[in-house]
Write a protein of this length. Structure first.
Length: 146
């Protein structure tokens, strides 16, 4: 028998509203989870995340908070357009260096300063996002994959 693959989906507005109503009726996390066909852990994390609201769980505010957290990057970006590290990377790309060569060189130049290094994956990601579009270095396919 084949195991079914679980796929996580974000709580939607309707589910958040249901959580809010059931919490107002003093229903427990497990009971809410069974009602929504969700893990009790999902419900518990949602409620824990939303404890800042003094009036209890507020579905609309929780939805806004979840959307803002999804948009916010988890880590600060290293390759910011106009930044010194960005300019170094662009300069090396103009010289037809590969992202692996650039990352290795930066690691050798700054062994004790992680803020002055960037991985080759980050360079590929920046190129594929078309952040680096200067005609002298071309696009992602011309420089990052050659």
């Amino acid at each position: 028998m084949e195991k079914s693959k679980k796929h996580y989906t974000q709580l939607n507005a309707e589910e958040r509203a249901t959580i809010m109503l059931l919490r107002q009726k003093s229903k427990g996390v497990r009971e809410i989870g069974r009602f929504l066909n969700r893990s009790p852990g999902t419900i518990s994390r949602e409620l824990d995340r939303d404890l800042a609201f003094e009036s209890g769980y507020a579905a609309s505010l929780a939805g806004e908070q979840a959307r803002s957290l999804r948009i916010k990057p988890r880590k600060e970006l290293k390759l910011i357009v106009g930044g010194a590290l960005f300019e170094v990377v662009v300069d090396h790309l103009k010289k037809k260096w590969s992202p692996e060569q650039i990352a290795g060189t930066l690691k050798g130049m700054h062994p004790d300063d992680p803020s002055q290094r960037v991985s080759h994956e980050t360079i590929y990601h920046t190129c594929s996002g078309q952040v680096i579009t200067d005609t002298t270095i071309g696009c992602f396919a011309a420089n990052c994959l050659s």
